[in-house]
Design a protein around this ligand. Structure first.
Ligand code: NOJ
Length: 909
């Protein structure tokens, strides 16, 4: 019955039921911290405010330690906390400062989190500091650069500087709140006489027990970790993915919530929690940027006040107080510093950048093959088909439904898909059906005691798609290893094939749990530590995806894994792709997809997309077409639809719609070499694949007003999201010329325009000075394009570009088997120079891939060359157009006889 209700639920309601999810006011640790911030703020002028002071400051190499005492007046005092600051280098320069504040004796809790998120990134490179005493404090300056931290003793405060510029202040407003269950206070007691020592003193209700929506949470007492950070001179604060809000944070009274939840049909423009949480922000200043990561996977709330210099406060329910300050100076530096701490992203297979076709559900192998054939019939390229829940035997993951997906047919389907260079994804959720004694997958975890447990030690059972379910304890390394083994084709019926994975419902979703997730007092066995779920909640989905990736690597070690996740945490970019969950087929969701994906990109998770054309509901034809026209500019471009929505493959709506979608998808494929280069620069350098409109021109203050509707793909292309209606407001940032991507004969300067919306595409512009590498031969999939030569298109003179090429599927690139060429066009020549993405790597052992260049298209050459030569040879070229009133000219050189991977040049005379 509950399952039936869940299926018809979307028909009954139009949007999320907000009452199912807590607000700050309904969450005691947040409510009391908010009250505490008010109390501290109002007391500050009149009274000696609650004061943390630093003493016993010691410096050793790159480490600083101090005792932090919380004192009120002369009498009240808590046991001191231990502060540690550690300085690290990133990209050969200073820039990372780790801050930890712990109560002694130190627990192993923080190491569980650090082991998962930070350590796999490799050892951090220490950066020695020198200490200098200044009035009221000590300054620590990095020996390797202009990074410094001033520790103020009384009251305790940290000021973070780069090049003498103040970037951030920690505890500027004295909200630091490190709650500890006090000895001798076994029950909730009335507030002690006198001012509060921490938020728990201020409001001692619900410290041990709290109810919400008929669920009671019993916890080990007050453990809140709260603090404030002020960002200097901020133009925008971005990050804190995932919220369906504007890119720039700070528009709400209610704090942004960080608690991974299954929010069906989420609402936009509210700071409610969604499926993933990345407690990382970047503060953008005119002169650069700085960042802050709070490495804490327990429930959190972040209040951002953007009205002044940006002020923020953060409160987490429990766990370590471990922060990383990133000192920039540029937005790119901040992101690279973030990757120094959390690791670089996983390089996706090239095919993952192609088109993905999903729905809940393709119902038989024949249905899948028919969809695949129809893509061919209608000339639309496609790389991935996706199978949702119904392909399984009664939602038992790692099985096939014997009736609708009998194994022989599945194997034939896999064979023929792979023959046509297409791939299949199957859904694998982390809840395992518990009421079938023959379901070996669930039995394995139950027998080995590797499932999440109740506080009593019994297995926890929750309700999800299959019915009563157990949840593997992904905090346990053993459980992750067992999960990984399930991907082996000996365990997973099928055959060695290009079969990939989709991890859904991994917040995890528990239909009958508090806020549709695991009760916070359930237990995890994380190696040597037994932790409550509340301590690691936001990491559950991270581990599910990580274990699935390990499964792929075990079963097909030569093949790059591809695993999509709904739930994520800081560092999830190391595992694969993410998508923005159950959006709706309406214009507001289309619009909000842009800032949501930008925010993910700025949190390291570039390979992300939103369901095209909205998961829930039936899009009208305009929305359907527009969403595809926008979706081809998402790094991860997948069509997906809810079970109750009407079929919506692009040929269903007649030729006009079909043609528009076909032309959009063909554009995506034409630009695959560019997308793949961006993916490589993301995976190997940590650069975001899509970027806010202001990213490359922080001086252009006007651009900041268009941050939700425009975005860069790489550094060359600017996309303007569509709206209903005939035209949109367009802003071309910076100080340059812009080519209309669809009609490059139209060039215009930076500025504001009223742009008519073309039926066949959304507005896209290329900044003059860029060369894009493309492949122009239409094929059925990226695999089918492997033997095709390249076309280089340069917009404007001079111009530069880059191209990355490898075999698209193996790990050989890690040994240097890739091509990375830099292309330079000046007034005399066009050159290709073999380069490397990682200067420390050996010279590339050449991959055996197609590298021929079949065409050079040079747009906006300042004059017609009399002759173009390659060495002794004269090359033919044609003049394509010569715009009126200018001497500029567009020309094409066909068959120049050039190849990527070695240096080459052609000269203009
Ligand atoms: C929820 C996911 O968000 C959605 O994409 C999927 O189709 C359903 N679960 C069913 O698996």
């Amino acid at each position: 019955m509950a399952l039936l209700l869940w299926l018809i639920w979307p028909i009954l309601v139009l949007a999320v039921d907000q009452s199912k999810f807590r607000t700050c006011e309904q969450t005691s640790f947040c409510r009391r911290f908010r009250a505490y911030t008010k109390e501290v703020s109002t007391q500050q002028a009149a009274l000696p405010s609650p004061v943390h002071s630093a003493s016993e400051v010691l410096v050793e190499g790159h480490k600083v330690s101090a005792k932090i005492v919380h004192r009120y007046g002369e009498s009240a005092q808590l046991e001191p906390l231990t502060l540690q600051l550690q300085f690290f280098r990133s990209q050969q320069s200073c820039g990372v400062v780790r801050f930890t504040l712990e109560h002694e004796p130190s627990t192993g809790r923080s190491s569980v989190v650090r082991r998962s998120v930070v350590e796999p990134a490799g050892p951090l490179e220490p950066d020695e500091v020198v200490a200098a005493t200044v009035e009221g404090g000590t300054t620590f300056t990095s020996k390797s650069g202009a990074c410094a931290v001033l520790l103020r003793h009384q009251p305790f405060q940290l000021e973070i500087f780069r090049d003498g510029l103040l970037l951030q202040t920690f505890n500027a407003r004295h909200f630091l709140n490190y709650e500890l269950p006090r000895h001798g206070r076994a029950t909730e007691s009335p507030r002690p006489v006198g001012p509060p020592l921490d938020a728990a003193d201020l409001d001692p209700r619900f410290l041990w027990e709290e109810s919400f929506d008929q669920f009671v949470d019993r916890r080990p007492g007050p453990t809140g970790r709260g603090f404030d950070v002020s960002f200097a001179e901020s133009m925008a604060l971005v990050g804190l993915a995932e919220h369906a809000t504007s890119l720039h944070l700070g528009k709400f009274q209610e704090p942004y919530r960080l608690y991974n939840l299954d929010v069906f049909e989420y609402e936009v423009d509210v700071p409610m929690a969604l499926y993933g949480a990345i407690p990382f922000v970047t503060c953008v200043q005119r002169s650069g940027a700085s960042g802050l990561l709070a490495l804490n996977p327990s429930e959190g709330f972040v209040q951002v006040d953007a009205s002044n210099a940006t002020e923020s406060w953060w409160i987490f329910e429990t766990g370590p107080l471990e922060l990383y300050f990133f000192l920039g100076p540029s937005v790119t530096d901040v992101l690279q510093q973030y990757h120094t701490v959390t690791g670089l992203p996983r390089m996706p297979p090239l095919a993952a950048l192609g088109k993905h076709q999903s729905r809940w559900n393709y119902i038989t192998p024949e249905d899948v093959m028919e969809v695949s054939r129809n893509f061919d019939r209608h000339g639309i390229p496609l790389d991935f088909l996706w199978l949702d829940l119904e392909h399984t035997h009664g939602k038992r993951y790692f099985t096939w439904d014997p009736k609708h997906f009998p194994l022989p047919e599945v194997e034939t389907m896999l064979d023929s898909l792979n023959r046509t260079h297409r791939k299949l994804v199957t859904i694998i959720d982390p809840h395992l059906f518990a009421n079938d004694s023959n379901y070996t997958v669930a039995n394995l975890f139950k027998e080995k005691k590797l499932v999440v447990q109740k506080p009593s030690g019994e297995d926890f059972h929750g309700f999800c798609w299959p019915g009563p379910s157990v949840y593997p304890d992904f905090c346990s390394p053993e459980a992750r290893a067992e999960w990984a083994k399930l991907f082996d084709f000996k365990a997973y019926p099928g055959r060695p094939a290009e079969l990939y994975t989709w991890n859904d419902m991994n917040e995890p979703s528990v239909f009958d749990g508090p806020e549709i997730t695991l009760p916070k007092d359930t237990r995890h066995h994380c190696g040597d530590e037994i932790l409550e779920h509340r301590e690691v909640h936001n990491l559950y989905g991270f581990w599910v995806q990580e274990a699935s990736v390990q499964g792929h690597l075990l079963r097909q070690p030569e093949q790059r894994p591809f695993v999509l996740t709904r739930s994520f945490f800081a560092g999830s970019h190391r595992h694969g792709a993410a998508w923005t969950g159950d959006n709706m087929a309406n214009w507001r969701h289309l619009e909000r997809s842009v800032p949501m994906l930008l925010s993910l990109s700025l949190c390291g998770l570039s390979l992300a997309g939103a369901d095209v054309a909205g998961f829930m509901g039936d899009p009208d034809l305009e929305l359907f077409v527009r969403w595809h026209q926008l979706g081809i500019w998402y790094p991860f471009y997948r069509a997906h639809a809810h079970l109750t929505s009407k079929r919506r493959e692009p040929w269903i709506f007649g030729t006009t719609v079909l043609e528009k979608v076909r032309s959009a998808v063909l554009t995506r494929y034409r630009l695959l070499p560019m997308w793949y280069t961006l993916a490589a620069e993301w995976a190997l350098l940590g650069l975001p694949m899509i970027r806010p409109i202001w990213y490359h021109d922080l001086q252009d203050t006007q651009a900041f007003q268009h941050a939700d509707s425009h975005f860069f793909v790489g550094d060359a292309l600017l996309v303007r999201a569509p709206e209903t209606g005939k035209s949109v407001k367009l802003y071309l940032p910076g100080n340059s010329s812009w080519y209309d991507f669809w009609d490059p004969s139209s060039i215009r300067p930076s500025g504001s325009y009223k742009e008519p919306l073309h039926k066949h595409h959304v507005p896209v512009f290329v900044r003059s000075g860029h060369c894009l590498v493309q492949r122009w031969r239409p094929r059925r999939s990226s695999g089918a394009m492997e033997g095709d030569p390249y076309t280089v298109v340069c917009y404007g003179q001079p111009a530069t570009g880059r191209v990355y090429i490898d075999d698209g599927r193996s790990h050989e690139y890690q040994k240097g088997a890739y091509i990375f060429d830099e292309i330079t066009l000046d007034f005399n020549a066009l050159r290709g120079t073999a380069s490397t993405l990682d200067k420390t790597k050996r010279a590339a052992s050449a991959p055996s891939v197609e590298r021929r260049i079949e065409r050079l298209v040079l747009l906006g050459m300042t004059k017609i060359p009399k002759q173009i030569t390659k060495g002794e040879e004269t090359l033919d070229f044609s003049i394509d157009s010569q715009p009126e009133r200018t001497s500029a000219v567009d020309l094409t050189v066909r068959k120049p006889g050039l190849s990527f991977g070695s240096s080459w040049s052609i000269h203009f005379h």
